[in-house]
Write a protein that binds this ligand. Structure first.
Ligand code: FES
Length: 101
């Protein structure tokens, strides 16, 4: 497990931010004041989720409309049937940190 900086804790609910780590690119999300991070890759056809939208806890892939729960990574509708990876996010003195395996 390693920690990587993810920028200031200044997102609003429904906003996304791309975070690069040495392992993979993540999408940081804020839902009801809490931060979540998921891989920036749709399990349907590898589309980047960062170009999609976040409504509540659901991120929608801009390519074919698959949705995932950013809290769990579970797919919520077709065409995705496989989940995406999720990562822990911590806030430390106003800065966000993601924990990546
Ligand atoms: S690549 Fe995301 S729904 Fe197809």
């Amino acid at each position: 497990m390693a920690s990587y900086p993810a920028g200031p804790a200044d997102l609003q609910d429904g906003q996304l931010r791309v975070v690069d780590t040495p392992y993979e690119q993540l999408v940081l999300c804020r839902v009801e004041g809490r931060y979540y991070a998921v891989e920036n890759r749709c399990s349907h056809d590898d589309g980047p989720l960062s170009g999609g939208s976040l409504e509540g806890c659901e991120i929608e892939c801009p390519r074919h409309g698959a949705r995932f729960d950013v809290r769990t990574g579970k797919p919520l509708c077709m065409p995705a049937v496989v989940g995406i990876s999720t990562y822990e996010v911590e806030e430390v003195q106003g800065q966000l940190v993601v924990e990546v395996d």
